[in-house]
Design a protein around this ligand. Structure first.
Ligand code: 5AD
Length: 338
């Protein structure tokens, strides 16, 4: 399937044909593409959700500023480092620091945390996922030792973006952030929710075309799941089938990309993670956050955060990965993309 050279109209056609049920041909092409470059290795990253304070008000998200029902927390630097220590004991070599856009964490504080992690674990990769910042801030984190940055674009269609976000946010700024991060030498991750309100096959095709243009090292895709205290509480969630279709298409579009089988996918289907692998995914991000804060990082309802989601269950995650026919790789797992 030569999706790289397809027009938007042709991509829309493929999405339409596969949205209710990804064809076996599509899934196999995606899995084969992954195997060609990465083999059957599944990379693991330790996820540390260090703050659920956020100044933004994205309509879909449970930690939006306007959600007064959210119980807010911040981890201290010491707690974050303890998460890394725990990760190190468990064999992790990459840490993802994810949080809302929380002004408490100034660049100075963040750089100090990044520097301390890198000092203690020089060979590990540090990934940030803390939203839209200035070029100067991104550069400061890079200089402090950050290697990677995840910033989902959420949707590449301007009108759609404005239906998911308040006027204070813009797709233009989001895209600029991604290009800036690239330019600064980060391994960059973009991505989007599948089945978000007002999404169409056309906007999904635009997501694929944007990804083709940006050439990110990583792409995070998971189903939209309604959150009860958000403006989108009553909207319909994204399906497993369409998520698998989009994972496959991203894999075929960017053969060397690192593609997580996300927590959201594992939340809507007990075998979601494994099904993601069958659609070309090759990363999982178990949770290293302190057990008592995990449930408060509630981007959406019913988020799984115990069992094999917990980094502490790494051995059982390993078994699951092996049962599905893959091997677990705890190395840094750098992207093969340039
Ligand atoms: N359902 C699924 N994913 C969500 N995210 C935020 N809210 C939801 C939701 N209700 C995703 C966004 C964000 C990432 C951290 O989590 O895509 O970029």
């Amino acid at each position: 399937m030569d999706i790289q050279s397809m027009t938007k109209k042709e991509i829309v056609g493929i999405i339409e044909d596969n949205k209710g049920n990804p064809s076996r041909e599509l899934l196999e092409a995606a899995a084969k593409t992954r195997d060609k470059y990465y083999g059957k290795r599944i990379f693991v990253r330790g996820l540390i959700e260090f703050t659920n304070y956020c100044k933004n008000n994205c309509y879909y998200c449970g930690i939006r500023a306007g959600n007064t029902a959210a119980r807010r927390y911040r981890l201290t630097k010491e707690q974050i480092l303890e998460c890394c220590d725990e990760g190190d004991r468990l064999g992790f070599n990459t840490y993802v620091l994810q949080g809302g856009e929380d002004g408490y964490f100034t660049d100075e504080i963040l750089c100090d945390i990044i520097g301390d992690i890198k000092h203690k674990y020089p060979d590990c990769a540090v990934t940030l996922s803390i939203g839209e910042k200035s070029k100067e801030s991104y550069k400061a984190y890079k200089d402090a030792g950050a290697d990677r940055y995840l910033l989902r674009h959420e949707t590449a269609n301007d009108a759609h973006y404005n239906k998911l976000h308040p006027d204070s946010m813009s797709l233009e700024n989001r895209k600029n952030c991604l290009y800036t991060l690239r330019e600064l030498g980060y391994q960059v991750g973009a991505g989007f929710m599948v089945g978000s309100p007002y999404q169409t096959s056309e906007t999904l095709a635009e997501d694929l075309l944007f990804i083709k243009e940006l050439q990110p090292h990583m792409v995070g895709i998971g189903p939209f799941i309604p959150q009860k205290d958000s403006p989108f509480a009553d909207k319909t969630g994204g399906t497993l089938e369409l998520t698998l279709t989009m994972l496959s298409l991203v894999r075929i579009m960017l053969p060397k990309v690192l593609l997580p089988s996300t927590t959201a996918l594992g939340t809507i289907d007990p075998m979601g993670r494994e099904k993601g692998f069958s659609a070309g995914a090759n990363v999982v991000m178990p949770n290293l956050s302190p057990a008592d804060t995990r449930k408060d990082y509630a981007l959406y309802d019913n988020k799984i955060c115990s069992g094999d989601e917990a980094a502490q269950s790494i051995m059982s995650l390993k078994e699951r990965i092996e049962r599905a026919g893959y091997t677990m790789d705890m190395g840094r797992g750098d992207s093969l993309m340039n």
